[in-house]
Design a binder for this molecule. Structure first.
Ligand code: ADP
Length: 613
């Protein structure tokens, strides 16, 4: 509709999109929402009723003339003015009471409904975020994501509670009043409306600017949260490199700009309110000027003029709020956009059409001409080919940055290869449902991440719903049971709390227990013993031996001594498998692997004999 001002139509489109996107959640609350709407309608009717008793008092009691009441009240003679007065005054309280009760019902039911809707959307957003692919998370800033979950969803609620509902009530009231006003006297109504176009124009112009500013401000808040999260996440590095000042400056800069935008928004809306105030005064003056003449000509009664004036005041009051509410809605719509953007981001790694539940794997893994790059213009892995038989141990060695971790990420299907195929038991990974694939692969990293929950929960995260027996068996396998039961609360000790700080080796053994409980046929170990002292290393290695028993194992390692016993060693450099075979085979090639091995032996011998070169 071309007559519709741009930002109103934008708002309508925005609300429509929200409605469509969240229809399932909204539908669940339909009864509460219906109660809310009925309350709204009642409220509007009651609002229209409020000045009527006063009109009756004016026209039939104060200045009765020869007028008689247009209706009769049973049992009460019209001449008994005291009784009539009492009834009408009670009417004033009654209408206001009715309005209050209706407003209460509508606001409570609407706010409960919208809180429920928001809670559900927030949960959905959280779940969705966790399922978005690593390539998304590599690029997204976590602070920004956090603002979307906590801040933006909250603002979405404003669409319904603080802004949209009052907006609807006010507009309905407005229409109702217009109707009654026209019915009372069309001429006065038109006079009152003369300022309306001016009013609309100002409101729309300013709210459009407020909308733009609000969007910018939200973006900036996201950036600030991201900056904070990054700085706090890397606080060690920040302090070690003395970056505090530099980071503070960029934070201050953003903060300052956000302040300026905030002030500007407030200035604009305050200015708008004042302009509207003046417009209302003008309208009232015009109506009184003509209204009194009409009363004198007896075209309308004094009571009519009174109703007119009251309506006029209430007529512009909601319109005045209209500006504020449109601004709030604009803000909320900007937030809603950010939430919907996120929800509409489709994970690029997801179950393909027709994906099947993976059967229990035997553990044969093969790469066929696999190429991959994190960015399309920069390839990291080139044409990888190898095969591992069930139960074999494959060591991935080579210089840092060669692509070893990337290779195992592909096996876990954290990313999909750009070219080629990865197969398990002869089938492309993409034929299986993601969950059923990952369930059969388990992983132990160099710096295993434990969560701030109990030891028991940390282990059971490997197999949700695991029994105590399974948890303990896994801990036994991981050489962890003995030290766990010596912790202050044993398996119930919350990690990260005071007194429960674990050594690197202990953390690693809990991580191994978590990996073991999955009983997966494929195991990935990414430098699991790096950084451990001899004592701990022995105990962790023992646990790892048990974990990998009978499993197809991929071991990323820099320590070539741990690679010697592997059934197959892949020597990877610059994204290519340059050599593959057993230790003896690679040694006899006398190339990259052999050189690295000899170099390490020299360093090993020298450090053992205490000589440092
Ligand atoms: P390795 O495990 O052999 O040390 P990686 O697989 O970690 O090697 O890294 C291989 C290359 O990929 C490196 O050049 C690294 O910078 C790059 N890389 C690793 N992870 C990412 C990522 N998430 N986004 C972009 N590039 C990455």
């Amino acid at each position: 509709m071309s007559l519709l001002p741009e930002n109103i139509s934008e708002t309508v489109i925005g609300i429509k999109r929200i409605w469509q996107r969240f229809y399932p959640q909204i539908r669940k609350q339909r009864w509460l929402l219906t109660a809310g709407c009925l309350g709204l309608i009642m409220e509007v009717l009651a609002r229209l009723l409020v000045p009527i008793p006063l009109k009756l008092i004016f026209d039939y009691i104060i200045v009765p003339g020869d007028r008689t009441l247009p209706f009769t009240i049973p049992l009460i003679p019209e001449t008994n003015t005291l009784v009539l007065l009492t009834i009408f005054t009670i009417g004033i309280v009654g209408a206001t009471g009715l309005q209050a009760a209706a407003a209460y019902v509508s606001s409570v039911s609407m706010s409960v409904a919208s809180s429920r809707i928001i809670t559900e959307i927030r949960a959905q957003l959280y779940a969705h975020l966790q399922r978005l692919s690593l390539s998304f998370h590599n690029q997204a800033r976590s602070g920004d994501l956090i603002t979307r979950i906590t801040g933006d969803t909250g603002r979405l609620k404003e669409v319904s509670i603080t802004a949209a509902i009052p907006l609807v009530v006010n507009n309905l009231t407005l229409l109702g009043m217009l109707g009654v006003m026209f019915w009372l006297n069309w001429e006065l109504t038109l006079i009152a409306l003369t300022v309306f176009p001016l009013f609309l124009l100002t409101t729309l112009k300013i709210t459009r600017r407020i909308h733009g500013l609000a969007k910018q401000q939200r973006k900036r808040e996201g950036a600030m949260a991201a900056l904070t999260a990054e700085a706090m996440g890397a606080i060690k590095v920040v302090q070690a490199l003395s970056l505090e000042g530099m980071l503070e400056d960029s934070f201050l800069d953003q903060n300052q700009k956000s302040l300026q935008e905030g002030v500007k928004t407030q200035q604009l809306s305050a200015g708008l309110q004042r302009t509207i105030q003046i417009l209302i005064a003008i309208a009232q003056a015009l109506v009184i000027w003509r209204g009194v003449q009409l009363v004198q000509q007896q075209a309308i009664t004094a009571g009519d003029l009174l109703v007119f004036m009251t309506y006029l005041k209430t007529f512009f009051k909601p319109s005045q709020k209209l500006a504020k509410q449109t601004a709030q809605i604009s803000k909320a719509l900007a937030s809603a956009d950010r939430v919907m953007d996120l929800l509409n981001t489709v994970p690029d790694i997801r179950d393909s059409r027709g994906a099947i539940e993976a059967p229990a794997f035997r553990g044969q893994v093969s790469f066929h001409r696999v190429s991959f790059g994190y960015r399309s213009d920069h390839s990291i892995l080139n044409n990888l080919n190898f095969e591992a038989q069930p139960g074999q141990k494959v060591a991935l060695v080579g210089p840092s940055g060669g692509g070893k971790s990337t290779l195992v990420s592909l096996l876990l299907r954290l990313y999909d290869p750009d070219e080629g195929q990865i197969r398990i038991d002869g089938h492309d990974l993409r034929e299986y449902k993601l969950e059923s694939l990952r369930r059969q692969i388990t992983i132990v990293l160099q710096d295993s991440i434990l969560f701030g929950v109990s030891v028991r929960d940390n282990i059971s995260y490997g197999l949700l719903g695991a029994s105590q027996k399974e948890i303990e068996a896994a801990a036994h396998l991981a050489n962890a049971h003995d030290f766990i039961i010596r912790l202050p609360q044993g398996y119930d000790t919350i990690l990260g709390e005071r007194g429960a700080t674990l050594s690197g080796g202990q953390r690693q053994r809990i991580a191994i227990a978590r990996a073991a409980i999955r009983k997966a046929p494929i195991v990935i170990l990414d430098e699991p013993t790096v950084g451990l002292d001899n004592e701990n290393e022995r105990s962790v290695s023992e646990a790892l031996d048990r974990l990998t028993q009978g499993c197809t194992t991929f071991l990323i390692t820099h320590d070539l001594r741990t690679a010697i016993s592997a059934d197959r060693i892949l020597y990877i450099e610059k994204g290519e498998i340059l050599e593959q075979g057993t230790h003896e085979e690679l040694m006899s090639l006398a190339s990259g692997y052999a050189t690295l091995y000899r170099l390490q032996s020299v360093v090993d011998v020298s450090s053992k004999s205490g000589v440092l070169y």
